[in-house]
Design a protein around this ligand. Structure first.
Ligand code: 13P
Length: 249
């Protein structure tokens, strides 16, 4: 059995007041589901506030990115140890918005993945194709290269500690969700790629789907055998919607 995970990526949303209010609504609402690990990923500035409110609760904390360096003269960067000490257990790495707006490459993401693992954080590694790549029939080529590149050099033991998120770029924030069949095909393909590295690890690595997941499509997506949860953007900012997704899974 693989761990089911629903993670909320708040992106650049969440002042301290908004963070307190959203976390309190999640804790007061029906967000506890024994079959699902729930993670929220607020912006850096709200992590400590979120961490204090979530302490001892069923909701885990994650960050949205981190530096590939341990410490030092890297102005504006946040180290994995800083995240760990503020109470984060997860970190999203290689999100398409980081790739698109900050020119992050698979090589850089790979360095971050290794450092996250050695620091004790669980990386949620994002992969996914652009619309033009899907239209050209390149989905497997692109996603296959991202999986191989970001996981390069990991041992089987390391591989068992990662989470993958398949987020087709054309489905992010657009309201266009991949159909359950389209998503399942790519999830199964990713699992095959993981099995090339290590068969046993491929069976336990959760592969989340991300891209316009909403309460009304979550159940259909999660009926697919290789979809082990969601990475939710917009709908994670509304407590009722996020709770509905958790319970649909
Ligand atoms: P949306 O759910 O807003 O499409 O965002 C998905 C995403 O990018 C999560 O990381």
């Amino acid at each position: 059995m693989r761990q089911m995970i629903v993670a909320g990526n708040w992106k650049m949303n969440g002042t301290i007041d908004e963070t307190e209010s959203l976390i309190n609504d999640l804790l007061a609402g029906n967000s506890k589901n024994d079959k699902v690990k729930v993670v929220v990923c607020p912006p850096y500035t709200a992590l400590l506030t979120a961490s204090k409110l979530l302490d001892g609760s069923h909701i885990s904390l994650g960050a949205q990115d981190m530096s590939e360096h341990e410490k030092g003269a890297f102005t504006g960067e946040i180290s994995p140890r800083m995240l760990l000490t503020v109470g984060a257990g997860f970190v999203i790495l290689g999100h398409s918005e980081r790739r698109q707006y900050h020119a992050e490459t698979d090589k850089l993401v790979n360095a971050k993945v290794k450092l996250a693992l050695s620091t004790g954080l669980t990386p949620i590694i994002c992969v996914g194709e652009l619309l033009s790549e899907r239209e050209e029939g390149l989905t497997e080529v692109v996603v296959g290269a991202q999986v191989a590149g970001t996981l390069s050099g990991l041992t089987a033991a390391d591989l068992k500690r990662v989470v993958i998120a398949y987020e087709p770029v054309w489905a992010i924030g657009t309201g266009k969700t991949a159909t359950p069949k389209m998503a399942q095909e790519v999830h199964a393909f990713i699992r095959e790629k993981l099995a090339v590295i290590d068969k046993a690890a491929a069976e336990v690595v959760p592969i989340l789907y991300g891209g316009s997941v909403k309460p009304d499509n979550a159940e259909r997506l999660h009926r697919q055998p290789d979809i082990d949860g969601s990475l939710v953007g917009g709908a994670s900012l509304k407590a009722d919607d996020f709770i509905a997704i958790i319970n649909a899974v």
